[in-house]
Design a protein around this ligand. Structure first.
Ligand code: SF4
Ligand code: SF4
Length: 420
């Protein structure tokens, strides 16, 4: 695929601006009507997907060059996918695919990724994680646990901790607790320890598609060789890429679930019982890659025919089939917890600001976006902002600090622990 494949979309964009706003039926206030974080920050059309379409067309037709400013426009996007959902109310187009394609174009031209992305990219090449940590320490988060090693024995379920929950000392407890919940419920679960490798989401997000393909292919081969039925991860980044991008790389002989889906089912089956009350008003942040990005994609490979119709016809992704209900069911099941929703939720959720390489290349933009989410959360009157994604969690924590605190940012599993 290349940008040329999307010429019809680039030329036929309506310039209707639907991609900049929460869908009109779901807008609750003018303060929270915007949906594109980069447009909100930079307040110029080029920083919306509509403007990026113009840039992509101009680049492919040789009207403009890939200057530093053009690179900034392309990479100050969190790839949150909100524009993709809202555009589809107007047009049968794929804005998110085009945003990915633009980054691939930058890499092909030798201009991308940006210097701010390179430490993570180099570390994935060298250590199989973006955190500049030795690969040999990857399984240390579980070294005191009695857990099956799937490198040596068979099991039904692989718990895939992901790079951030494996290495970040402040977040490792999420992986340990989730694994403990699965074991206590009698799930035949194991881990890969030091042999687990990065899902490569950070490299595909910055446009390094060939490197991504190689990592994804290796991972699929490894997972298939284990003979597991299910892979469970707590990281929304890993989940989103396994669910939406891996299927195009190779056949997967296993299903992928976010831990929230599995825990929700465990509660329904009576395998997880709460013993304590947690009197707390909370609000829930939908991670983009478990919500909009967690929806299985239609791997359509067709052509545009007359009037732009797709041949063969394809299914449109409206972002509505992501992991939205399981966290809400879990929160409602915890005794004492009261869930109060924010204005922008589910497929119209406001991004935390950390995605698409924004946190490493444009940290101020990332934190400002998180600060807006924290303010939206505070407006509900909740004392805690709950989520289940290591990127969202750490960036929202930075956003809360920038907004002088006043709300606790917590992982869903941390909250669950209080009730057990
Ligand atoms: S909503 Fe879609 S068609 Fe309308 S301006 Fe945005 S990208 Fe173009
Ligand atoms: S993916 Fe998100 S940040 Fe990027 S253009 Fe679309 S709405 Fe804006």
């Amino acid at each position: 695929m290349s940008l040329e494949k999307y010429t019809w979309d680039l030329v036929n964009c309506e310039r209707c601006s639907m991609c900049k706003w929460v869908h009109p039926w779901s807008v609750q206030s003018k303060e929270r009507a915007m949906i594109c974080p980069s447009l909100k920050k930079y307040l110029y059309d080029a920083y919306s997907v509509q403007g990026r379409f113009d840039l992509a067309r101009a680049l492919t037709e040789g009207e403009v060059e890939l200057t530093d400013k053009a690179l900034e426009v392309i990479y100050t996007c969190t790839l949150c996918g909100a524009c993709d959902v809202t555009c589809k109310f107007t047009r049968d187009m794929e804005p998110l695919e085009i945003l990915h394609e633009l980054r691939k174009y930058c890499v092909e031209q030798g201009k991308g990724p940006l210097p701010g992305h390179m430490p993570a990219v180099d570390s994935i090449k060298k250590n199989n994680n973006p955190w500049l940590q030795p690969a040999t320490r990857r399984g240390h988060w579980a070294r005191k646990l009695n857990v099956k090693d799937l490198n040596k024995e068979k099991g039904d379920v692989l718990y895939f901790a992901g790079c951030t929950y494996s290495y970040n000392a402040n977040l490792q407890n999420v992986a340990r607790t989730t694994l403990g919940l699965l074991q206590n419920a009698g799930v035949d679960v194991g881990i890969l320890g030091a042999n687990e490798r990065c899902c490569a989401s950070p490299v595909v997000k910055v446009g390094m598609f060939e490197m991504f393909q190689e990592h994804a292919r290796n991972n699929i081969e490894l997972f298939n060789s284990l003979g597991v039925k299910t892979i469970i991860t707590s990281c929304a980044g890993c989940y989103g890429v396994f669910k939406s991008q891996y299927p195009a790389i190779g056949k997967m002989d296993f299903e992928v679930k976010h831990s929230m889906e599995y825990i929700d089912q465990m509660i329904l089956d009576g395998k997880l019982k709460f013993t304590k009350e947690v009197p707390l008003k909370v609000t829930w942040h939908d991670p983009c890659h478990a919500g909009r990005g967690g929806e299985p994609q239609d791997l359509w490979e067709g052509v545009r025919v007359k009037w732009g119709l797709s041949d063969p016809p394809r299914q449109r992704n409206y972002g509505t089939h992501g992991v939205y209900d399981p966290p809400r069911n879990i929160l409602k099941a915890i005794p004492g917890v009261e869930l109060i929703e924010m204005e922008r939720i589910r497929e119209f959720s406001w991004c935390c600001g950390a995605g698409g390489g924004a946190k490493s290349a444009f940290p101020e933009f990332a934190v400002e976006t998180a600060k807006e989410r924290v303010q939206e959360a505070k407006q509900t009157g909740a004392s805690a902002l709950i989520t289940s994604c290591p990127w969202c969690e750490s960036n929202l924590q930075d956003g809360a600090i920038a907004d002088s605190g006043g709300i606790e940012v917590m992982s869903l599993v941390e909250l669950l622990e209080k009730a057990l």
